[in-house]
Every structure is written in structure tokens, then in C-alpha cells.
Design a protein around this ligand. Structure first.
Ligand code: DLL
Length: 435
């Protein structure tokens, strides 16, 4: 039998959930129409008025929002309340054009942290736990979200942020961490490092891990569970909707319950926008039912997955989403950071290179690697190794400034990258990310 952070809502009847969603959606659409001119225009263009939205079933009348809208409206165009009511921003990595800046009122922070608290309690967390958070802190939502959730549950929280693995291990061992929160690839790396240092899985006090922010397979789950001696739980979310905790796994480990009292999920055909019936594979679309600062309606996540309402043995009644099975755009997640090929191309062009390049992503010892091969034009070519190395170094620092993570740059001789006859194959992803 599961523990719950907010039992009443987490196990509410279907009718009760629909009643809450009806009520919240009607209010939210009215608020957005009044406060967000950008979305009001989209509704006007579609000929929809707030009065047309009487229940959650009417949601299909509303226009979609996409990442392109976020770019157009950057930074304040989708703000849902007076900026003086906002207390925080969080953001994704990327250039200004790609960057998502989300605004939070105190109410938004509370509901976000409650969602994360639900995830921690579902993983067995109580106020007796020591919760080590090694997601990045700062603009990224991972650290702040799980940190807030851990406080709400009353765990002793270790706000480690990412990196410095020796220090992570020292704190984990000395303070007896029982719950680990980080990306699955970092969890695997910590497991490997512990083994190298001569620790056995039973030497640590960990019992559970809450891992997300990037795709991971069941195979990876098994290997992390074994190396750390824990039960590994998936957690999903995105900056646009708040951050981690939009959906989380319970002990059944068969998909993530979406916090339906705050986020309404739909699955659509990514090409036509048609809403698909339950059980179909398609693009996940979210509506924030009660956020104030950044209240996105029908936001297209680009994540491909399946929803299921099969009853769950944990007693939770909220719909479950499968692990994301891919994306309907070209975004890659490398070491937990969202990277678009266009960002890499922008740097190359800015630095005076031709757009003949290939991006190779791989995973070595559970760590993502990013290599970019760039062809030199005949007049850029040099047979002096030091000269090439210097140029690679300077490209690497420009790339780091753009992406927020390191990329290994390889300048290669003219005409050495195969030309394609159709669409250029820019990205070769050798990682096995999906089962
Ligand atoms: O990654 C928020 C997060 C932090 C989730 C910590 C879980 C834990 P963004 O940086 O905006 O936010 O990236 C969002 O990451 O659209 C998915 O493509 C991907 N993603 C997030 N969680 C998972 C997961 C955070 N559990 C994008 N499995 C999303 C697979 C995930 N992909």
C-alpha cells in the first residue's frame, strides 16, 4: 500500500477529478484571455471566446501553443499576471531565441513543490529521509523543484547540485543519504564510481532514486537499481509547465501519474493536431489548469508518448503517461541539457565556417559525449597541427558559451564529410535511449 503526500486528491474519483478540471479550466481560460494579449489574439483568430469553454471537453476548441510562440512572445508576452506578483524565474539552456523563461508566483512555486513532494512520497520518502539532490541548481528546474519537494516532505535536504562526484559520494556516505535525485545517467555514473572506490551496493544507505530530465531505458533502470541497491523511479516535467513533478512514478513502475488536478494532458497527432483516443501514441500536450505566472494552454511538448487510465495498484487515480518514446522535433538531450542542431550551426556560421558538419552523440561509461566534425574550406585548410588545434579550442569555447555544455570539435579537411543526396544527415545519435 502506497503512502501519499495529498491522499485525497491523489486518489480522488474520476468524477471528482473531472469536476476540478472543469472548474479550473473555465477560470483559467478567462484569466488568460483577460491578461495575455498574445493568447487572446490566437483565440480571437480561431473565433473562440472564454464563454465557449464550459467544461474540460471544450478544451479542444482552444488554439495550441508551440515553442515558436514562446520565442515570439519572449520574454514577457505570455505572462499571466502583473510582474510584481511573480517571485521567481526558471529557464532552459540555449540561445535567447530558444530560451524558455518561465515565471512563477508564490502560488505557482507552492503547487510545483507539492507535485515534487508527491513524487518523493511515492518513492517512499518521509521526514526521516535524507534526500540528496544532485540535479543542477540555478536556472534549471531540476535542483530547485526537488529541493522544494524535499522540504515539503520534511526530509533532511542535501542541496548538492550536479558534479563533483567525489564530494557527492563523501556526503552520501557521511550523512547517510537515503534518496538520490539526479539524471539517470549521473546516477549510473555515481554507481560506477562507488564500485571503483571499492564500495558494495549494501555499503550505502540509499533506498530510492528519483531520476528524470532525459530519456532512459528499462535496461538502464535495472543496472542503476543493481549498482546502487535501490528502487529507481522515473520523474517527468518541463520548464514550460513548471519543471519536474508534472508526472511521477509510483511503486508499480509502469508509467508516470500525471498530476491531473494541475496539468491536463492530451495526446495529438503531431502532423494534423487531431486529438487521439486513449492508448494512442502521439504528441503530449499540456494545459496548466491553475498556474498564474506562466499559464500555458494546450502547450505542445514535442514529446511522443501514450496515456493510460488502467487502474493502478498504488491506489492513485491520475492518468499515467508512458516514458517519452522520442520527440517530434530535432531536440537532443545531452547530459541533461536540451540542445538543438541549429544552435551548433549558428556558432559555426558566426565563427566563419561553412555549414558542412556532422554531430555525433554517444554514451561512454554512462556519460553522454558530443563530437562535432566541421569541414574546412580549401582556404581555411592548414597542415599545421598547432594551427588547427588552436582553432578547435576557440570553437569549443564558443560552443560551450552557446550550449552550456562542452562539445569536442574536430576540424576536418575539405570534402571529407559525405554529402547526402537528400536531407543532410546532421546528427548521428548512437545512444540507445528507448527500449
Ligand atoms: O528536464 C525538468 C526535469 C528536471 C524533469 C528534473 C525531471 C527531473 P527541461 O530542461 O525544460 O525540463 O526539459 C524538458 O526533457 O520535454 C522531455 O523531452 C525531457 N524529459 C524530462 N523528463 C524526462 C523523463 C526538465 N523522465 C524535456 N524521461 C522534456 C524522458 C524527459 N525525457
Amino acid at each position: 500500500m502506497s503512502n501519499y503526500y495529498q491522499k485525497e486528491i491523489e486518489t480522488a474519483s474520476r468524477d471528482e477529478i473531472i469536476r476540478i478540471q472543469n472548474e479550473k479550466l473555465v477560470k483559467q481560460v478567462k484569466r488568460v484571455y483577460e491578461n495575455v494579449p498574445y493568447y487572446r489574439d490566437l483565440m480571437d483568430k480561431k473565433g473562440v471566446k472564454p464563454e465557449d469553454i464550459k467544461s474540460i471537453d471544450d478544451i479542444k476548441l482552444l488554439p495550441f501553443l508551440s515553442k515558436a510562440d514562446l520565442r515570439d512572445a519572449y520574454p514577457y508576452g505570455l505572462l499571466g499576471t502583473d510582474i510584481k506578483n511573480c517571485v521567481r524565474i526558471q529557464s532552459t539552456s540555449g540561445t535567447t531565441g530558444r530560451r524558455v523563461v518561465a515565471f512563477y508566483t508564490q502560488h505557482d512555486i507552492d503547487l510545483w513543490e507539492e507535485c515534487c513532494a508527491r513524487a518523493i512520497v511515492a518513492a517512499g520518502g518521509t521526514n526521516e529521509d535524507v534526500c540528496q539532490v544532485c540535479y543542477g541548481y540555478g536556472l534549471f528546474t531540476g535542483g530547485p523543484g526537488l529541493n522544494g519537494g524535499s522540504h515539503k516532505v520534511g526530509c533532511l535536504t542535501l542541496p548538492m547540485s550536479s558534479g563533483n562526484t567525489d564530494r557527492q559520494i563523501q556526503f552520501m556516505m557521511d550523512l547517510g543519504a537515503t534518496i538520490l535525485c539526479c539524471t539517470p545517467s549521473y546516477a549510473a555514473y555515481i554507481g560506477e564510481t562507488l564500485k571503483e572506490k571499492g564500495y558494495k551496493p549494501e555499503d550505502n544507505k540509499l533506498k530510492a532514486g528519483i531520476f528524470g530530465a532525459e530519456p532512459w531505458t528499462e535496461e538502464m533502470r535495472r543496472s542503476i537499481q543493481e549498482s546502487l541497491g535501490i528502487k529507481a523511479y522515473d520523474i517527468y516535467g518541463l520548464t514550460e509547465t513548471s519543471g519536474p513533478g508534472v508526472a511521477f512514478e509510483c511503486e508499480e513502475q509502469t508509467g508516470m501519474h500525471i498530476n491531473e488536478d494541475h496539468f491536463y494532458a492530451e495526446i495529438i497527432d503531431p502532423d494534423t493536431g487531431e486529438v487521439l483516443p486513449e492508448g494512442s501514441k502521439g504528441e503530449l500536450v499540456f494545459t496548466s489548469l491553475d498556474k498564474e505566472g506562466f499559464p500555458l494552454l494546450r502547450y505542445r511538448t514535442r514529446d511522443i508518448c501514450v496515456l493510460s487510465r488502467k487502474p493502478c495498484s498504488c491506489g492513485r487515480t491520475h492518468v499515467k503517461m508512458s516514458k517519452p518514446m522520442g520527440r517530434s522535433d530535432d531536440m537532443m538531450i545531452i547530459r541533461g541539457v536540451n540542445v538543438f542542431p541549429s544552435q551548433i550551426e549558428t556558432v559555426l556560421l558566426k565563427e566563419g565556417y561553412e555549414p558542412n558538419y556532422q554531430i555525433v552523440v554517444d554514451r561512454e561509461r554512462n556519460n553522454d559525449t558530443l563530437d562535432v566534425y566541421v569541414e574546412l574550406s580549401p582556404d581555411q585548410f592548414s597542415d599545421k597541427i598547432a594551427d588547427i588545434q588552436n582553432r578547435e579550442k576557440s570553437l569549443e569555447s564558443a560552443m560551450r558559451a552557446m550550449l552550456g555544455i562542452g562539445a569536442k570539435m574536430h576540424l576536418v579537411p575539405p570534402k571529407s564529410i559525405a554529402r547526402s543526396e537528400g536531407k543532410a544527415v546532421r546528427v548521428i545519435d548512437k545512444r540507445k535511449l528507448h527500449d
